[in-house]
Design a protein around this ligand. Sequence first.
Ligand SMILES: *Cc1c(COP(=O)(O)O)cnc(C)c1O
Length: 801
Amino acid sequence: MFQPSDSLPVSQLYERYRDFELVVDSRLVGQADTSLFFALAGERRDGHGFIAHLIGLGVRNFVVASAQYGQYLNEIREAEELVVNGSGPEPVNLVVVEYPMHVLQQLAAHHRRQFDIPVVAITGSNGKTIVKDWLVQLLSAEFGVCGSPRSYNSLIGVPLSVWQLKKSHEMAVFEVGISQPGDMDTLWGIIRPTCGVLTTIGTAHLSNFASVGELIQEKLRLFQGADWVLLPETLKSLTSAIESLPSPAKVYTWSGNGRTGLRVDNLHLELSFPELPDVYLDNARSAAAAARMLHLELRYLTAGVSRLLPLKNRLEQRTGRDGGPIINDSYSNDFSALAAALEFAENQDPFGCLTLILGTVQPIPGLATKLATLLKGRVDRLLLVGPANEKLRLDFPGKRLYPSVDALTRDLHTLSFHGETVLIKGASYEHFDQIADLLSRQLHRTTLEVNLAAIRQNLRLYRQQLPPSCKLVVMAKASAYGSGALPVAQLLQDAGVDYLAVAYPEEGKELRSGGITLPIMVLNAEAYSYPLLVDYRLEPVVHQPEQLRLATSLHLPVHIELDTGMGRLGFLPSEFRQLVIPPADEVGQAFVSLFTHLAASEDPGHDAFTRQQLAQFDHAYDDYLARAGSPVLRHALNTNGISRFPQAAYDMVRLGIGLYGIGDEGLKLHLQPVLTLTTTVTSITTRPAGATVGYGRLGRIGEESRIAVLSIGYADGLPRSAGGGRFAVRINGHLAPTIGAICMDMCMVDVTYLPEIQVGDHAIIFGPDHPVELLASAAKTIPYEILTGIGQRVHRIYLGE
Ligand SMILES: *Cc1c(COP(=O)(O)O)cnc(C)c1O
């Protein structure tokens, strides 16, 4: 039987565990016997609950919280008895401490002090990750550099990054984010940067801070004691604040415009940057200037800068030629990114059979063993691609090795992927896209790009509008407004929203089957579907007394909707008053929330009506409270409600379309566009005067015209009513109007005055520079209908963060 050991001084723990891997995520365990698992109690998952499982995998060392581990003691003991027999492997060690996270941080801080090398800390509101990645890329031409994986920039991510420091490193670059006052001192203590880079200052996370000033002050504390800090010239005004820090750093600035030239302090450098969008250019300048400050030789800098590419950072899902999903993920190629991609693929896998096509994984100590553990039991077939994998001694039964992408593509026609989900995971420079193309039912044709970073940003913005205690339900109905329920739900779960809502039980089932654990309310569940709700832990909205009775007998938690003027579902306030609501039972049945839905929250012309709805709702709630005595969650606001009637936020709000950066009059200017629908030009022909175009000969050609065919039709979601010149697509920055009727799978546009347009060009149906409202109004409808009408066969591409 194991002995919990009381907390040891950090130095002793360090001696004992310095060669161990620190793990906080049970899915990322590599070499089990040298892993030290920290049981962190998160908001949604308690790490202690994974200990028994990890013991089964061979993990023996755990840091646990004194207040929590007792609850799990029985299952831990049982797990231990199962594995520790007479001849037994190592016994289980529980290091019992007050706060495991603090110990994680202290160990990392201790580790940091063993190194006397330049350590760069990068912070700022935007661009941290890309500046960090580019700086590491530039410096690596000359130095051994340790960089944070992905965007490991939090109170947990930073210690894990710092722990990766090895003797062979000559420099380190760590990314730092803060969301709460006080975080920075902790992070500073772990990193102790010798130099700093500030990217931008914006208003993200501002709601948690008293003022912009406080946020900036907090960020700048990261730089105390550093030798120097680098900022863009535009933030020069922060100099005095930095110079008044306890032990002040020297401030340097950079400036530059366009694609050539960069001034760092007073030095002018002749550099030529690749063609990048403007925001990226500033990030590239920031990384280049920092590399220069770190004495990267000029020839490496010049060569490196010209090769900077926006990291593709995207995950694409399509239907494969053999029927199963093909997931192509070119997010960063480190081990943790692979683990995340695998989890995603497992969740999307309808067959329980997964093939992994794997390119180069960033080398780390013990990679082969870690990979073997990660893939075991999850991946059914493994195809390894590329020279780096030839040397990797990976133990995986039946694995196949291809020396290059070409070698695999030559062989693809001999392989079958029936009844399988395929995950393709290569570094962006490896060009695995052609594998995905060959395995797909169709090539890139029409795609809906979903920018997950923008969703996260919009979510933050809405949170800032709301009081901190106000809970957030996100509406994930209709495939999350067309953008794909699971990927969006996973992001929302990760971002800590409180609830999801769907319209029908099947939608909830799909989310559950995909690994979503958040509570899910179902707006419109008929009584016969209630057993399904029980199976999938879904919570019905009830509108009839019979539903309430049935829910009670099945111990289902319920939400009650009041109809205060929407005229759709819900009890009238008078009916609600008569309703007998059973008290909560021990098994789970409870009346969780009372809500109403606003009929016209976006329309000032109906504000009087909206206020009347809210007044009725208040009244009904007060009345309920007087009757029942114990409060329930109360909610009324949808997107426009949140921005236009913030005083009625109550305990919770229900965010829908605004998450996608659309449809919110109040916050329009601050939201980021999330969705881009593009298609391709498949043919261009010149038609003589008098010819007609398309069905019903509706398109008439007055003078000789160039007509382009696009691969999108009403089956893909381009409404037929957008034909006949009522709508224009955007091609290479120009508008091309539709001509004739939209067909089922194609449409025609007039490009007579756009001679430079060619077959293969992309046409934007809507996107950041071509708002969806244009299409919606041309088709005499609203953006909601456009989004949810995007066809199933349109590829969804998820841009990462
Ligand atoms: C769809 C829906 C919402 C969200 O509406 P948006 O206008 O998209 O924000 C909120 N509540 C209910 C009951 C809904 O059906």
